[in-house]
Design a protein around this ligand. Sequence first.
Ligand code: PMP
Length: 422
Amino acid sequence: MDHNELEQRRKAATPRGVSVMYDFYASKAENATLWDEQGREFIDFTAGIAVLNTGHRHPQVVAAVQKQLAAFTHTAYQVVPYASYITLAERINALAPVQGAAKTTFFTTGAEAVENAVKIARAATGRPGIITFSGAFHGRTLLTMALTGKVLPYKKGFGPFPGSVFHARYPNAQQGISVEESLESIEYLFRSDISPQDVAAIVFEPIQGEGGFNIAPEAFVNGLRALCDRHGILLVADEVQSGFARTGKMFAMEYYPQAKADLITMAKSLGGGLPISGVTGRAEIMDAPEPGGLGGTYAGNPLAVAASLAVLDIIEQEQLCCRAQTLGAELVEVLQQSRIHCPAIADIRMRGSMVAVEFDDPATQKPDAKFTRLVQRKALDAGLMLLSCGIHGNVIRFLYPLTIPNAQFKQALEILAQALKS
Ligand code: PMP
C-alpha cells in the first residue's frame, strides 16, 4: 500500500485528536522488533507504551490465546463465569503487596481500573473526596482526566470534570519540590478545600509514568501512609505503568515495605498485548460495593485472562525482575558515559528498567523538549524507537521488552549513545 495514500486516508477518516507519533505503519512485530509496511525494521523501545514487558507476541502468550480462542472467546464473566478468571485473581492476590488477605477484579483499560478503584474507595469509606498529584496521569475518561495533573493536552476543552477531586504537589527534586512541601500541600488542601474526614482516597503513582518517571521518595510514601492512617483515608497506588517486573520487582510498591497500599490498579503489561486491567486490594475494602456494582461486558475477557496467566509464568520462568535490574544498570551506564559529550543531560532516573533521561538546555537550565525530539529523531533514523514523557516533554523513557535479546539490546545502546552525541 502506498504510504502517502495511507496518510491521506488516515487524516480523512480519523480525528486529529488521536494524534500518532510515527509516520510509518506497523505490519509485524516479534519480541523487541517491529517491521513497518515497507519492510523496515525497528528496535522497539516503546513497547506500545509499557504494555510489552514480555515482548511482542511472546510464544507462550500466543499459545495461551490460541488455546482459549479454540474454546470460547466471550461469555461476560458476570453472566457465565470461568475458572481462569479466578485463577488469575488468586495469583495476583498472592503477588500484590497489600496488607492481609486480598481480592482482585478485572476490567479492560487502565483508566477503567482507576475509575473502579475510586468507586471501591468511595463505597468503602462513604466519603467523596479524592486527592491526586501534579504531573499525574490516570487516564482519559472524565473521572481519570479529573484525576490527571496535567492540563495540556489531556484536559483542555473537556470540562466540566467530576467534583471532589483535588491536586497536591508530587515531590520532584528537579523541580525543587521537597517531600516536606509535598506533604504540606496535602495539609493545605485540608485547610482550604476539603476536610480530611471527607476524603476517600489518595491516588498516586509510585513512579509517575507520563509525568516523567519521577520516583516517589520513601519518606513521601511513608508520609502518605501515616496521613491516611491518621484520617481513615485509603491509599491507592496506580501501578498501571510500573507493574509487572518493569521496576525490577513485580510491583513498584514492593520498594516501600512500610507503606502498603490499600488498593493497587494495574493494566498494560499484565496482558502482554491483550487489553486487560485490574484492581487488587484488601479483601474487606474490595467487598464494599454491592453485588452488581462492579464489572463490565468485556471486563476480564477470557482471551486477555489467558494471556495474563502466561505473562505471570513468563515473568517467573525468565526471571524478568532480575533481568530488569541487569538491563537497567547497563542502560544507565551508557547514559552516564554520555554525559561527557552531552551537556543537555540534566538527570538520569532508574528503578530497575524504568529508566529515564531528562534534558535541559545547558545555557538556560530550562527543560529542552526540542533537544529531546532531536535525540528521538536521530535514534529513529538509526532504527531505534524511543518514547518521551515529562510535563515539559523533555524526558526520554525507556520501555524495551525485558525479554529483548542481549545482542539487540547492545545494538540499541550503541544507537542511543550515537544519538546523544550533540
Ligand atoms: N494510569 C497510569 C499510571 C498510566 O500510565 C496510564 C496510561 N498511560 C493509565 C492510568 C491509563 O491507562 P489506559 O490508557 O489503559 O486507560
